[in-house]
Design a protein around this ligand. Structure first.
Ligand SMILES: CCC(=O)SCCNC(=O)CCNC(=O)[C@H](O)C(C)(C)COP(=O)(O)OP(=O)(O)OC[C@H]1O[C@@H](n2cnc3c(N)ncnc32)[C@H](O)[C@@H]1OP(=O)(O)O
Length: 629
């Protein structure tokens, strides 16, 4: 029996000892006497009597251990032509100062702080500062439009919002302050203060409730770390559900610190002093876990990159970052590699850089297509490791655990479940399916530490969304199968969530946006396969009877409407006005059929279809093998 099998078996047979041992990897104010509290099942709590501070673990303890002069965070920004390295000692001082500023505004234990920022070091500093004083941060991705930010403000009810004067998208400067002002206008909850980081590219006009980052930091006495209960929330991170309202995934302090610290060695093979570069955004869970908390908890160096894989200015930037910052482990989404491959099909730009220190490429966030896997493997000649996880889980469910024992790779599979994750595949009646047969991918409860204990202020939705489909199991919302060797194959979603360039988006919320247009009678949004972004949304609308508008004009307005309501990140570039949508006799729109036709599959027409001619009329519009609009 191999090392992986041993560790995996122990984690499931004796989770108590397994996770108490892992808990020794972090420093506790009060060490937990037990790992799991099941008394409130299906709500589980990890390390119920432990007390710690996550910021202390991520920053201060490394300074105390003599690593103060080691680089902690490297900011690399080709879009501004700047960069900066923060040692652990410098990071501690900056975080303590900003934590002091927050405390001075009355932010304390349990208070929420929304962070709406581009990829600047201050975003990570703000997150860590919240953790330092026991406040709960909620980072909102900068690509979301004001209405999406407003929904999150109303749900999290922050005391303070931290933002910046602008983000930089390639060559475009995107002023953030007007977006923030609009969101606050739309929101019912009004935060007391906003702290704005003024960037040289754009000066934001500050109002009476706005404070300048530099000013508040200059005046603030540094704040110390406040020990909190392991079960206290560290952050809330919103993710798309099937309806418009996003779900506030809660992460608890103890579980998060223990699981991320453990995963850094076991999964990513990163230890103190080594460098990890995660090409994502702090607005996503990948950014929370593996740009900010994971590498810092491990005493490693993390690279925070403000740029794109291509176009800022070229497709060699990831190689440059890897070489310049002596990166051992790189982690990004497959879509980034597809973009690089499109620009530089032979990967010629790698020749300009010394990549001898790069040991692993990890990919996650969406399905890794075998073509991209083979391309990256051949180009880099290092292990390319597909892994699968979710905002809810906080760290990988399925991966090739190179820090424990590397398993043979099967392209198309992220390999086997990691220790702590009891993954099963069930049929609709709750029975396990045989190897090779698709079903719902679920995880037997309890979920390991670091995964969501609940949804913010919504225990009922937590149960309804994740725990009610199969008693005793967490529903991942993904479908797929296990093979005879226990390898997991994730094939797609079982709901209306789509994955666009590694971003999880709800077609339901895009439909809500389209339906708000005065000329739209009904609509459907489907996710269709895309060679670059994995999937892209396409909208189909029926106009209200008697509407005499030019369809092309309405289509353009609808594309703009989704951009304004959800954000550019939705990437809805195509909306078509059609005469009718295909439906069942009971009136349900046949989205799955539409999707199948669009993807060129041999999609059977359900017997319940109301009018088959509607599908035949739509067919040429849905399926365009040449990719034309
Ligand atoms: C495992 C758990 C998880 O899944 S967590 C999620 C993991 N996902 C990721 O890390 C995301 C990976 N994807 C990416 O980083 C990007 O999509 C990459 C590959 C870099 C491509 O970026 P880009 O060329 O901008 O395309 P895109 O589809 O992301 O963007 C679409 C439009 O949105 C815009 N946008 C993007 N980010 C922002 C932002 N922070 N602020 C403002 N706008 C933003 C883009 O500029 C783009 O706009 P446009 O449509 O071109 O006008």
């Amino acid at each position: 029996m191999g090392m992986y099998d041993d560790v995996f078996r122990t984690s499931l047979e004796d989770p108590e000892s397994f996770w108490l041992r892992a808990a020794q990897g972090v420093d506790w104010e009060v060490a937990p006497s037990r790992a799991l509290d099941s008394s409130g099942a299906p709500f589980y709590r990890w390390f119920p009597d432990g007390r710690l501070n996550v910021c202390f673990n991520a920053v201060d303890r490394h300074v105390e251990a003599g690593r103060g002069e080691q680089p902690a965070l490297v900011y690399d920004s080709p879009v501004t032509g700047t960069g900066r390295t923060y040692t652990y000692a410098q990071l501690r001082d900056e975080v303590a100062a900003f934590a002091g500023a927050l405390a001075g505004l009355g932010v304390g234990h349990g208070d929420r702080v929304v962070i709406y920022m581009p990829m600047v070091p201050e975003a990570a500093i703000a997150m860590l500062a919240c953790a330092r004083i026991g406040a709960v941060h909620s980072v909102v991705f900068g690509g979301f439009a004001p209405p999406e930010l407003a929904v999150r403000i109303d749900d999290a009810t922050p005391k303070v919002i931290v933002s910046a004067s602008c983000g930089i998208e390639g060559k475009r400067v995107i002023p953030y302050k007007p977006l923030l002002d609009r969101a606050i206008e739309l929101a019912g909850h009004k935060p007391q203060k906003r702290i704005i980081l003024q960037r040289p590219q754009e000066q934001a006009a500050l109002g009476p409730d706005d404070l300048d980052w530099a000013g508040v930091v200059a005046d603030a006495p540094p704040a110390d770390c406040v020990p909190v209960a392991a079960t206290d929330p560290l952050y809330i991170l919103y993710t798309s559900g099937t309806t418009g309202k996003p779900k506030g995934v809660v992460r608890d302090c103890g579980g998060c610190a223990v699981a991320l610290h453990w995963s850094m060695g076991a999964v990513y093979d990163i230890g103190p002093g080594e460098t990890m570069f995660t090409g994502s955004d702090v607005g996503w869970v990948v950014g929370h876990s593996y740009i900010v908390y994971g590498p810092l908890l491990a005493g490693a160096t993390t690279v925070l990159y403000e740029g794109k894989p291509v176009g800022t200015p070229d497709a060699g930037q990831f190689w440059r970052v890897a070489a310049e910052h002596r990166v051992k482990t790189m982690f990004t989404a497959p879509t980034a590699f597809r973009a690089i491959r499109k620009e530089d099909p032979k990967g010629a730009l790698t020749a300009d850089y010394d990549l001898s220190r790069l040991r692993y490429l990890f990919l996650a966030g969406e399905r890794l297509d075998p073509e991209t896997y083979h391309w990256a493997s051949a180009l880099l000649d290092i292990p390319v490791i597909d892994h699968w996880w979710q905002t809810e889980t906080g760290w990988p469910i399925v991966a090739n655990p190179v820090g424990i024992e590397a398993a043979p790779v099967k392209p198309g599979s992220p390999t086997r479940p990691l220790p702590g994750w009891d993954v099963r595949v069930l049929d609709p009646s709750g029975q396990p399916v045989p190897a090779g047969v698709d079903g719902a991918i679920v995880v037997k409860l309890p979920l390991p530490p670091g995964s969501l204990p609940t949804l913010w202020n919504d225990d009922a939705r937590f149960v309804a969304s994740y725990l009610s489909a199969y008693d005793g199991y967490y529903l991942t919302g993904d479908s797929g199968h296990l093979d005879e060797d226990g390898y997991v194959y994730v094939m797609g979603r079982t709901d209306d969530v789509i994955n666009v360039a590694g971003h999880r988006l709800s077609t339901g919320s895009m439909e809500e946006a389209l339906a708000a247009h005065p000329d739209v009678a009904e609509c459907a949004v489907i996710g269709v396969a895309d060679t670059l972004k994995g999937q892209v949304p396409r909208g189909f609308v029926v106009l209200k009877a008697g509407t005499a508008r030019d369809p092309e004009e309405v289509e353009a307005e609808l594309v703009q409407l989704v951009r304004e309501r959800i954000g550019a990140v939705a990437s809805l570039k195509e909306v078509a006005v059609v005469a009718a949508l295909p439906k069942t006799r009971s009136g349900k729109i046949l989205r799955k059929t539409m999707r199948g036709i669009a993807d060129g599959l041999d999609e059977p027409i359900p017997s319940t279809v109301d009018d088959p001619s509607v599908i035949e009329t739509l067919r040429p519009l849905l399926h365009r093998p040449d990719g034309t609009v």
